[in-house]
Structures are given as C-alpha cells and as structure tokens.
Design a protein around this ligand. Structure first.
Ligand SMILES: [Zn+2]
Ligand SMILES: [Zn+2]
Length: 348
C-alpha cells in the first residue's frame, strides 16, 4: 500500500510499504479520507515526537477485513475512528473518560499507525473499547473527518453552561476556533465572536458564510475595549483559548464577565508552558477555569449527530483536497495562512 512515512524527524516520504494484516482481535480499515491537523503539522515538521512512522487521526474509513475472533463488526461498515485508547482498568476508563486515563492513554497516529495511508490497523484494545464508530453511507467522507476535531471541541464545551450565555469569545480562527464557535451557535448562544490576528482567515470565514456573529481582527482593535463595548461593559460569559499563545489566557480573563468561564482548549508549547497570572482575578471574580484534552466516545456520538443532522454544516469547512501522492504539498498549503486553508484532507 501507499503511505506517507516519517523517515526521520522532519523528513516525510510517500512510499510503498507492506499492507498490514489484521492479527487476532484486530480490524483492517481501508482509508477513505484523513484530514491534517495542527498536531500532525508539529509531528511532520519534527517538532513533536510520536512512536510510529505513519500519523493522521481524523479518519473516515471502511472496515476491510476482520482479524480472527472479532465479533460485532461487519466487513464493509463505514466508520470514523475514535483516537484515544485507554488502559481500560483505571477509574476514568471505567466511566469512559479514556481521554483522562490515569495510566496515560495511547492514540491512533501517535502510538499506533494512523490514516495517511491506504490501509490502517485498529488494534485489539481499540476494537474492544468501541473505537470504530459507524457513520451513515450518505455522510460525505470529508465531513466524516471533522467528527474527531469536533468531538474535542464538544468535550471542552461540556464544562460551559451554554444555555445561560449571552456572548462567547473564541480566540483563534483556525479550524478548532471555528468548530468551537459552531458548537456554541448549535447550542444557542446568541452572540459568538471569533478573534484572530490573521485577516486572511477572517476573510475566509466570511467568504464561506460561517454562521458566526462577529469576526474581529484583534491585531487591529483592542480586544478588551471591543468586548466591553459589545457587552454593555460587563465582559463575555465565556472565552475559549483556541490558539497556542500563552498571553491569550490572561487576556481572556480581562474580557471575562464576573463568574465567567475560561476554557484553555489549546495546549501550549511543551518547552514554554509556564506563565504567571493574577490569581486574585480568579478569586474576586469567581472565574471558572477549564481544561480540554482530546475526547471520548460520548463526544464522538454528539459530534456525529451534529454533522449528520446538519446542525453543524461541515461541507464548507473542508477547503482543500489532496491525493496522498501530493502529501507534502498538502502539508505546505495548510501551514501557510495566506492559502486560506481551513481544513485540508488527504484522499489515499
Ligand atoms: Zn487532531
Ligand atoms: Zn485508564
């Protein structure tokens, strides 16, 4: 089969490799599409290390062959792939919060080969956990690839009482900021604002007609002034930090209403993740601070429901398609904001 193989940090080649065969309890998937995400970019550039040569975890696939002993899954079934595989024994895994596994979860595209290939193995632990999530035949494959990133946004948004919000501000206009914003709209938040410093991105949002209320260039206006002007001086009920920029966390607190919710969705660079913040802001304003890391089964089910029902329209979010042969060009295209690439998918 063909695959995009990491030869050494920062060096990727599309080449022929042996097609894997499913062992006892495993399932062989034929990849329909796999989308590139920000984490993939960091791995492919050599900045972040993973244990396997083939990455890619935003996958739409079809069950191609069952290994011996697999029950309850049919060949030919279309599915998406839940990324995170927990230990199955700890307290968090027992309540199906595998993304918070106490023994450190394993993940597709990190510890197991991923979807930038024609075929992929779902390991036995993933099959047993229920990581193959069926999708209807009518769902376009590229929309299917959005289920994984959307599930992560739904996970982060679970902590925010969306029904009570008047205004939510999302820092970061990449696909993750956009998906967070669309979850807020789908859950009925009247005013949703995306802030970004890249005008190209904001122009793209308008061009594709995202149902978001405000697109604000926070490089051109003072974000604190803008939010206060648009919230009768009270601040936003919630802020989502969806860009790996440390200063957005203290900035988020400055635009937050009393009793508001701040979600630190984005991971910060591992080598530079420490910051000093005024803890009295949290104390006196009764701020709620939340984290968000990956997602588990229930968020995949909600994400599938949003995209299948059209509550969130996925088609317009996929802006670029590349063949696996042109993998390196796809990576370059997504990395440069002037290309106005929101989601880039690979068709093997
Ligand atoms: Zn991802
Ligand atoms: Zn566990």
């Amino acid at each position: 089969m063909k695959a995009a193989v990491i030869k050494e940090p920062g060096v990727v080649e599309v080449q022929e490799v042996p097609t894997p065969q499913p062992a006892e309890g495993e399932v062989l998937l034929k990849i329909e599409m796999c989308a590139l995400c920000g984490t993939d970019q960091r791995v492919l550039s050599g900045e972040k290390h993973v244990d396997v040569p083939i990455v890619g975890h935003e996958i739409t696939a079809r069950v191609h062959m069952l290994g011996p002993g697999v029950k309850g899954i049919k060949e030919g079934q279309r599915c998406v792939v839940q990324t995170v595989i927990g230990c199955g024994r700890c307290a968090m895994c027992k309540i199906h919060r595998e993304n918070l596994c106490e023994n450190i979860f394993k993940a597709i595209g990190y510890q197991f080969n991923g979807g930038f290939a024609q075929y992929m193995i779902m390991p036995k632990s993933g099959v047993d956990q229920g990581c193959l999530i069926p999708i209807p035949e009518a769902l376009p494959a590229e929309v299917g690839t959005l289920i994984e990133p959307l599930s992560c946004c739904i996970n982060g948004m679970n902590y925010i009482p969306m029904e009570k919000l008047e205004h939510i501000v999302v820092f970061g206009g990449g696909i993750i900021g956009v998906l967070n914003s669309l979850v807020a709209k789908a859950r009925g938040v009247p005013h949703v604002t995306i802030m970004d410093v890249a005008q190209d991105r904001l122009d793209l949002h308008k061009k594709i007609g995202l149902p978001i209320d405000n697109f604000v260039n926070s490089g051109k206006v003072d974000p604190v002034e803008w939010v206060m002007d648009h919230t009768s001086g009270r601040g936003a009920g919630a802020v989502v930090v969806a860009a790996s920029v440390k200063l957005l966390v203290p900035l988020g607190m400055k635009v937050l209403k009393k009793g508001g919710h701040l979600s630190v969705f984005a991971g910060m660079p591992k080598s530079d993740s420490v910051d000093s913040i005024d803890l009295n802001l949290i104390h006196y304003n009764e701020f709620n601070i939340h984290g968000a890391t990956s997602s588990a089964y229930r968020e995949f089910i909600t994400a599938r429901e949003y995209l299948v029902s059209g509550k969130i329209k996925g088609e317009k979010l996929v802006t670029h398609r590349f063949r696996l042969d042109d993998f390196l060009e796809a990576v370059k295209t997504q990395a440069d904001p002037s290309n106005q690439a929101l989601k880039v998918v690979i068709v093997p």
